[in-house]
Design a protein around this ligand. Structure first.
Ligand SMILES: [Zn+2]
Length: 172
């Protein structure tokens, strides 16, 4: 289980801005960007309203979200899924990432509706690269191989300059 920091009031405000809605079911911050802002929020497997929520590690950094969306639009997921069908070692590591995801989630609560179901297409496919990157950032290198790969592809997309500057640009 990766270390998860409690979310401060400032974190909650930033998450609301990043998500465009009040965050629900927050466990804590599973990854902070170099600026110190939340990048991945760990979320309860059952939201306060009772809805099962499989995406335990939800990627929130707008810069990384955008870079990953670009990768998705370039067809990276189809290429990765094809490699999973051909590369037994990669397939085994992707499956191990799925198991690690489920183990982490089980520590946060038992939700029968999503038992055995992780997220992002794991264990056999890649359906959402944001999920794999969120997991890779939360868990650190070596746990989610395709999330690690995606991070290597996007490089240093979130430097330590205050993200407030991006938001000012957007507001213009
Ligand atoms: Zn970031």
């Amino acid at each position: 289980m990766p270390s998860i920091e409690p979310a401060t009031d400032a974190d909650v405000a930033t998450l609301e801005e990043q998500l465009g809605r009040p965050p629900r079911g927050i466990v804590g911050i599973a990854y902070r960007c170099p600026s110190g802002e939340p990048g991945v929020v760990a979320t309860l497997p059952r939201l306060p309203d009772g809805t099962p929520f499989p995406t335990t590690y939800y990627l929130t950094c707008p810069r990384i979200v955008a870079a990953v969306s670009t990768l998705e639009s370039q067809g990276v997921m189809a290429a990765m899924t094809e490699r999973l069908e051909q590369d037994a070692d990669l397939a085994a590591r992707h499956r191990a990432a799925h198991e690690a995801y489920l183990t982490d989630r089980a520590a946060l609560g038992d939700v029968p509706e999503i038992s055995g179901i992780s997220a992002g297409g794991m264990p056999t496919r890649v359906k959402c690269l944001h999920v794999l990157v969120g997991h890779a950032l939360a868990a650190g290198p070596g746990v989610n191989p395709l999330g690690d790969e995606a991070l290597a592809l996007i490089g240093d997309t979130c430097p330590a300059v205050p993200p407030a500057r991006d938001r000012e640009e957007e507001a213009r």
